[in-house]
Design a protein around this ligand. Sequence first.
Ligand code: SAM
Ligand code: SF4
Length: 325
Amino acid sequence: MTIRLQDPFGRAIEYVRLSVTDRCDLRCVYCLPKGHKDFVEPETWLNFDEVERVISAFGELGVSRIRITGGEPLVRHNLSDLINRMSSLEGITDLSLSTNAVRLGKLAPALKAAGIQRINVSLDTLKPDRFKAITGGKLEKVLDGLKAAKEVGFSPIKINMVVMKDVNEDEIEDMVEFCIEEDHTLRFIETMPIGNTGNINHFYSLDKAKQRLEQRYKLLPGFDSGGGPARYSQIAGTDLRIGFITPMSQHFCETCNRVRLTADGMLYLCLGQNDMVDLRTPLRNGISDKQLQQLIIDAIAQKPERHEFNTQPGHVVRFMSQTGG
Ligand SMILES: C[S@@+](CC[C@H](N)C(=O)[O-])C[C@H]1O[C@@H](n2cnc3c(N)ncnc32)[C@H](O)[C@@H]1O
Ligand code: SF4
């Protein structure tokens, strides 16, 4: 019989965000400091056999959904091989990917063939100069990546836009129009204070974004979130679904259903806390499958109730790219 993972607050844990690297080919201002190079060493990364063992253990424990993230997951060599291996694991029914899409133009067909079912793409602006200023990269590549993903049949693609005061808040409506036209789902995200990236004072409450949109569009409430943190609305007369992810202005910790595994095998129990359990050392010391499952069960028993971004903003010193956002 499958054991279901449940934390001390009665939340069922059925979702793992799996970071396959902390490295990235961009430097988004809210995620990594400019010029950042202090990444973990590749020999500490879990190899594909180790990742497969951990995900298999989670599958046995009732986890069905895995989102591959990073850092930028597409910089990890042979990622499709890992996806292929995970897609045949018992219990794992939903494999998805979060990416900046820079390398999606080349990799979309292989990812689809390997078993990725859904894709989220980070896109904060539609202006090339601004894209360069926010991420250090080229917007054109992301747009090419989106096109390729659409061509191989990913649908709908979710666009994640981190909304920042005085940076890109003026593009909220443009992004809505872009997503209506391209048939993407759109999610707005509030910036969280994670790691000291030097990007301060750009917090923009999504309440304001919603009020602005209500002046221009009719928003229909109450679309099912599918168990994620976004609260969805739909724009009347269109197929566009808009999600509001508000960790700061209205936290959603009471429905948290996830944990995060870093590239170097640390299991973080909350994005906004420092509680974690090292899985890599026991894996490399020859832990059995049963012991690995017990280690995971014991880790879940330590999951904190909620983040403290508002009350302790400097509390999480690791960067978002490290935990697997
Ligand atoms: C860390 S990235 C990893 C996956 C991939 N590189 C990407 O950009 O989609 C995952 C998500 O975290 C978001 N993110 C990063 N730092 C953040 C912060 N400080 N506050 C809010 N969201 C953040 C990004 O915008 C992205 O949507
Ligand atoms: S948000 Fe994603 S793309 Fe941007 S720096 Fe972080 S990991 Fe890289």
